[in-house]
Unconditional design. Structure first.
Lengths: 299, 276
């Protein structure tokens, strides 16, 4: 059984088709990285999963049941666009409201546990409006975690978090899915961060799912390259272009030679042409570059 | 991992938890206390001021018409018009009388509660709380019931605060507490109870307008005040100072019919509309 199974989903806003014929499968225990350009239909899809906007067609099943089923919905946690907190209430009050909404038997105990999990114990008494952007985001994630939901839907949860905040959230996400029962759908433009935790990916474009894959499939799809530096970069590029089909200079000032043989052969070839390699390493393109390449292909 | 215990999700449990949340919010909302304080203070200030200004004349320079500001004689005038023989008074009838009390009395609470209901509901959508709420609750009925009850309680408290304020204002101004024209204390009690039940009609209208307007508080306030104005004149007719059990019954029946009918429509609006 899958945590989320979407078939032929569509959503129209008047004449505009935001989502058209989208298929999506989130297995149980997955951290599903949901990626797409601005306006590609990610948030609209997430809102439909959460029942916040009605669908125009297609089906959504959560843990094998219709997404409108009350028994499925009570086990969901959500952070879409902004944390749903009242600015004049404290962090504690806001979290207590959500715990009470969920009919949790011991709400105080649950709120304390979640605040500890996201390292926000010290800020419980702060008014929400006085929290910093990063703290607000943590509160939003904390609100979504109340009641140990089996399905978490998080839209840009890492925005505004500092490096430590991101590390904590990665730990939290990994811990949530560790039992293999619970799943997270997370959309983010911070692809580097997403790649550190995601087990599955879905790439959406113009309201359609263009690719779904596991992290290992992504790893296999990502091309390897040799990155090197020489004393004369311009000449090295000219020389390498004579033998290799794809050469690029990256932002860090390295020449990248894609889909190639052993680095020793490149060093030797450059040496034969009177160029000394000062630094060389092999690497793979990341999710970000894979995604950019995919988008370029589509265009 | 330790499993979090959640109460069984029966309708009554869900409603109870929703009411608890709304009460929690209402009691922590500054607006609630401001509105109750206004309901208490406005009649005191008005009664004292109108008593001080009683009998003052103003002349319209163009028409020469003399307007006499008429202050209250009885404390009950803040609640409704007294069956009085003033209108038959030849001298007063000849001149334009300005009876401010007939316009600005306890019925103002029906307008005041519109502001509370509209801001209370629009806050749910503006803050994004509605997303958290409707994700975990697919049923909308308890939301509508809870908001209607919340508005009703706030309205009832406003009416009671206004009543207390009117009595205090009357006592400070030295107005008469005498019951004239066949009025009894029971009539006054019935009048207040009828108004409380009638509040349900108004609140149901305000709730449906606020749900329709969602985060646009200005739209819901304008719509509610406009809609309320259409029914405002009805209040003094249905709940006169000399109300009886019949008035109470009528208001209760009307309140329940409106609450159930408009509540059902509000629920449909919530189901069909985007929550954000």
């Amino acid at each position: 059984m899958n945590a989320v199974e979407i078939r032929n989903l569509s959503k129209n806003f008047g004449a505009k088709q935001a989502v058209c014929g989208l298929d999506m499968t989130v297995p149980m225990g997955a951290i599903y990285g949901f990626i797409g350009e601005n306006g590609s239909g990610k948030s609209t899809t997430e809102k439909m999963i959460c029942g916040l906007i009605p669908t125009s067609g297609g089906s959504i099943a959560l843990y094998g049941k219709d997404y409108r089923d009350e028994n499925v919905r009570k086990d969901m946690g959500v952070l879409i666009e902004a944390p749903g907190c009242f600015p004049n209430l404290t962090v504690w009050d806001n979290m207590m409201l959500q715990a009470r909404n969920l009919n949790i038997e011991e709400p105080e105990k649950e709120v304390i546990k979640i605040l500890k999990k996201v390292r926000m114990e010290g800020a419980a008494g702060n008014k929400y409006k006085n929290c910093s952007l990063g703290m607000k985001q943590r509160v939003g994630i904390a609100m979504a975690l109340i009641g140990e939901p089996t399905l978490l839907v998080l839209d840009e949860p890492l925005n505004g978090l500092d490096a430590d905040g991101m590390r904590i959230m990665r730990e939290v996400f990994t811990d949530i899915v560790s039992d293999g029962r619970r799943s997270i759908v997370v959309s983010s433009h911070l692809l580097g961060e997403l790649q550190k935790v995601a087990t599955h990916y879905g790439i959406i474009r113009h309201g359609k799912m263009i690719r779904e894959m596991t992290a290992s499939e992504l790893d296999q799809s990502c091309r390897t390259f040799v990155a090197l530096q020489t004393e004369d970069m311009d000449r090295a590029k000219y020389v390498l272009k004579g033998r290799y089909s794809r050469i690029e200079e990256d932002e860090a000032g390295y020449i990248r030679v894609y889909d190639t043989e052993l680095p020793e052969n490149i060093v030797e070839y450059l040496y034969e042409n009177g160029l000394y390699v000062t630094e060389i390493k092999t690497d793979k393109i990341g999710l970000e570059e894979y995604y950019i390449d995919l988008m370029k292909e589509g265009k | 991992m330790e499993k979090v215990e959640k109460n069984k999700k029966s309708f009554s449990n869900r409603l109870k938890s929703m009411l608890r949340v709304d009460f929690y919010r209402m009691l922590r909302s500054r607006l609630f206390y401001i509105i109750i304080a206004c309901a208490l203070l406005v009649p005191i200030i008005m009664t004292v001021m109108l008593t001080m200004m009683d009998g003052q004349e103003s002349v319209n320079q163009q028409t020469g018409e003399i307007t006499i500001l008429e202050g209250p004689d009885y404390v009950w005038e803040s609640i409704g018009s007294l069956p009085s023989d003033k209108q038959a008074d030849g001298e007063e009838a000849a001149m334009g009388n300005m009876d401010v009390m007939a316009l600005c009395n306890i019925n103002m609470a029906f307008m005041g509660v519109a502001v509370f209901v509209c801001l209370f509901i629009s806050d749910d959508f503006r803050s994004g709380y509605s997303k958290n709420l409707f994700t975990v609750r697919s049923k909308r009925t308890e939301y509508v019931i809870s908001k209607t009850l919340m508005g009703f309680i706030c309205g009832a408290l406003m009416l009671l605060a206004y009543f207390v304020g009117a009595m205090l204002g009357g006592a400070i101004s030295g107005l008469s507490f005498e019951l004239t024209g066949g009025l009894t204390l029971m009539n006054i009690v019935m009048c207040i109870i009828a108004k409380i039940f009638l509040m349900l009609v108004f609140v149901s209208i305000f709730v449906i307008i606020s749900i329709g307007a969602r985060s646009k508080a200005w739209l819901s306030i304008c719509g509610s005040l406009g809609g309320g104005m259409l029914l405002f004149m009805m209040v003094s007719m249905i709940t006169p100072l000399g109300s009886t059990i019949a008035n109470v019954g009528l208001c209760l029946a009307g309140g329940l019919i409106f609450a159930v009918g408009l509540g059902a429509i509000s629920r449909v609006v919530l189901r069909k509309a985007n929550m954000i």
